[in-house]
Structures are given as structure tokens and as C-alpha cells.
Ligand binder design. Sequence first.
Ligand SMILES: [Zn+2]
Length: 74
Amino acid sequence: MPIYEYACKDCAQQFEALVRSDSTPECPNCHSSQLEKLLSVFATTASSASAAPVMAGPCGSCGHPDGPGACGFH
Ligand SMILES: [Zn+2]
């Protein structure tokens, strides 16, 4: 069951909630359902890791030091 982080649009309370597909979370402070879903810590970490520069190398595709074609795939 995923944990999502929400920010309440009514009172700006931020909280984490276990969310089932058939239920809607509500603000623990004011019980509003006007919520904005935030990126979870896990999702933020994963996206920043995949965005790291890994294309800098002689091959241009895999970064093999012997140049294009040396890796056997490019
Ligand atoms: Zn609220």
C-alpha cells in the first residue's frame, strides 16, 4: 500500500497518508479533502538518480573508453 504525501489546500497542513484506491484521504487538521498530492521522498530520490549524467564518454552511448563500437553494442 503506497504512502503519499499531501498538502492541504485549505490550511496548508502537510501530512503523509496511506491511500487505498477506493478511499480519499482527508486533512487531519481541518478534515478537508481539497488536497494536493506531493512527490514522495522515494519518488524524488529515484528521479534525481536517473537524471544523473551517464552519457559523457567516447562511445557517446555507453561511455566505453575505447571509442565507438568498442563496447560491442554501439
Ligand atoms: Zn487542512
